[in-house]
Ligand binder design. Sequence first.
Ligand SMILES: NC(=O)c1ccc[n+]([C@@H]2O[C@H](COP(=O)([O-])OP(=O)(O)OC[C@H]3O[C@@H](n4cnc5c(N)ncnc54)[C@H](O)[C@@H]3O)[C@@H](O)[C@H]2O)c1
Ligand SMILES: O=C(O)C1=N[C@H](C(=O)O)CCC1
Length: 270
Amino acid sequence: MADSIGIAVMGASGRMGRMLVETVTASDKAHLVGVTERPGHPWVGRDLGEATGGARTGVMVHDDPLEVIVKAQAVIDFTTPEATLAHAQLTAQARCVHVIGTTGFTDGQIAALDAAARHAVIVRAGNMSLGVNLLVRLAQEVAHALDADFDVEIVEAHHRHKVDAPSGTALMLGEAVARGRGVDLAEVSDRGRDGMTGERRRGDIGFAAIRGGDVVGEHDVIFAGAGERIVLRHVATDRGIFARGALRAALWGQGQAPGHYSMMSVLGLA
Ligand SMILES: NC(=O)c1ccc[n+]([C@@H]2O[C@H](COP(=O)([O-])OP(=O)(O)OC[C@H]3O[C@@H](n4cnc5c(N)ncnc54)[C@H](O)[C@@H]3O)[C@@H](O)[C@H]2O)c1
Ligand SMILES: O=C(O)C1=N[C@H](C(=O)O)CCC1
């Protein structure tokens, strides 16, 4: 275990929490030092293995994040914006790498994470997969090459349990297109069309969200011109891609200077 880093997973019973526990447990570069769930969750106070219907693991499920953060070199956090913000105060004090996959932050919450990152290494991305981060780069390049004669629409689909829209990934893609065009996304973003909307405004970046069933995550960036359309697409079929990205970020973060990093830095695409 000399070179293996200790990782805490927050929100261990969630769709991503379970995948993260599996990914960290299977890794020869990291090991699980603790997990959390929200106060009142039925897993709290139980052995993680027994809570999932398996054998004892010796890892207890805590509802006090500090109990696990003090033991960890990295915390992987796919929970809620409010929980992640509370965790960020503690990871900054503990000087431990905080990998954040949570989405749905307000601008004010992101500013609070920026402040925490003055003392801590935070790696945050709305999507931790290699494929999506490459798509972000491609979207920026295509947007740079084309002018506003090409209308950009970002269409995403996710499972029925997803609580935020547009997805974190859709926003990353929108920001990439805006960067490519040299504009501010906040000024050209068109979200939630309904009723007599009027004609599309030249240069707008449109967002549409589909929710249903068990869709893991699908994103199209459509560049629609006169007589032709370019569609850049990513389809996720397995949440393992996000968990593997998060583990890679936790390993990459060791020894980095404090800062608010994205997966672009981790993947060498920055
Ligand atoms: N960045 C990425 O690559 C990526 C990929 C998938 C999901 N996500 C995001 O991750 C988040 C979680 O997604 P999910 O599908 O796993 O959701 P989920 O609802 O299945 O899991 C969230 C878990 O966090 C737990 N939780 C809530 N408050 C907590 C607290 N205070 N302490 C500890 N645990 C707490 C919940 O009980 C739940 O088990 C969402 O914001 C989602 O958009 C990001
Ligand atoms: O399942 C989710 O929730 C996902 N969230 C991220 C997002 O908001 O883009 C990544 C894809 C899956």
